[in-house]
Design a protein around this ligand. Structure first.
Ligand SMILES: NC(=O)c1ccc[n+]([C@@H]2O[C@H](COP(=O)([O-])OP(=O)(O)OC[C@H]3O[C@@H](n4cnc5c(N)ncnc54)[C@H](OP(=O)(O)O)[C@@H]3O)[C@@H](O)[C@H]2O)c1
Length: 302
């Protein structure tokens, strides 16, 4: 009997010997996981978003590609998918793909409340369940703190009723970090979701240390600045130390930067392209960045 890792390493060496492309060595390891502080439940560190990428026409080639995006995601052992009723038809597309491929049970499904009063929040949640073909949501977040007192209260009630497993609040702008920190301090939700990247490190000032102190799980959005970071590195070589931390692309480096903050639980890059999904998943293995490496990246993009 040989274990999977030994087998894959041997296969990779044999493939190199035969002049064939080798299976990446990281594929032999498990995607890293981190605990949700309020429960201890473990989550894979690479998740995915659905803004833009899942807002596609039913039956289009883009929707077809999403089947492969999801297949690669679950094959790697990832599970956290973030969506919102605010992302046009993303919940519909995601719900259909999950149910038709029997993937719902493997998914840690996060959606949001983006409503202005109690009745609208209730109606929106009922619609999300329908669109996502689910009778339960793993994480229900108040989107951009909209009507947060009422909506967080509703989310808490839904959690008490067993319709939601965890509750959270989100934002994506530095200017909202202080308000978000105040809400998190007062309400101590299970999760917060915030923007954080090599170019936007404002969350380090208050939100991330507070999350760590209070035991609130952190989801990072916009780790690629909505894709804008890639234009900045178009002709730039990776730092010389990249291979030492298992990084073979800028995407992986940007994701590892976010994951190297000790308060961070999961990062949720969004892509509609299968090969980019594999690229992004590659950031969930091997060492994280040390302080000097993090500082070098901040100086490069700050
Ligand atoms: N307030 C909130 O709650 C809030 C706000 C913002 C975001 N979010 C969540 O966070 C998720 C992520 O944020 P985001 O979608 O705004 O931005 P992002 O993940 O920073 O960037 C997405 C962009 O990066 C590109 N990309 C992805 N992987 C790549 C790779 N390996 N190489 C090159 N380009 C790559 C994508 O293009 P392709 O699709 O063409 O690959 C897309 O244009 C969202 O989808 C959403 O679920 C939540």
């Amino acid at each position: 009997m040989i274990d999977r890792r030994t087998f894959i390493t041997a296969s990779s060496l044999a493939a190199i010997g035969a002049g064939l492309p080798a299976m990446p060595l990281w594929a032999a390891q498990a995607l890293q996981q981190r605990p949700i502080p309020s429960s201890g439940e473990m989550l894979p560190v690479i998740g995915m978003g659905t803004s833009g990428s899942f807002e596609v026409k039913p039956g289009s080639p883009e929707q077809l590609a999403l089947r492969d995006v999801l297949r690669r995601f679950f094959d790697a052992g990832a599970s956290v998918i973030d969506t919102s009723p605010n992302y046009s038809n993303a919940e519909d597309i995601l719900g259909e793909l999950l149910v038709s491929q029997d993937l719902r049970a493997k998914t840690f499904l996060a959606t949001k409340l983006a409503a202005d009063n109690r009745a609208a929040g209730e109606a929106q949640f009922a619609q999300s369940l329908q669109r996502l073909h689910s009778d339960r949501i793993d994480l229900l977040q108040v989107h951009n703190l909209r009507d947060w007192r009422t909506q967080l209260g509703l989310a808490r009630e839904l959690k008490a009723q067993g319709k939601v497993r965890y509750i959270g609040v989100t934002h994506f702008l530095d200017t909202a970090h202080d308000t978000l920190a105040d809400v998190v301090k007062a309400e101590k939700p299970d999760f917060l979701q915030i923007n954080y990247s090599v170019a936007s490190t404002h969350a380090e000032k208050r939100v991330l240390p507070m999350a760590r102190d209070l035991g609130v799980a952190v989801i990072i959005n916009r780790a690629f600045e909505d894709g804008k970071l890639f234009a900045q590195v178009a002709n730039r070589a990776l730092p010389t130390w990249a291979a030492q931390v298992g990084v073979s692309s800028w995407a992986q480096l940007f994701l590892k930067f976010a994951l190297s903050h000790p308060a961070v639980t999961v990062v949720i890059p969004a892509t509609g392209k299968p090969h980019r999904q594999s690229d992004n998943l590659g950031a969930g293995y091997g060492a994280t960045l040390d302080q000097a490496q993090r500082d070098e990246l901040k100086a490069m993009f700050g």
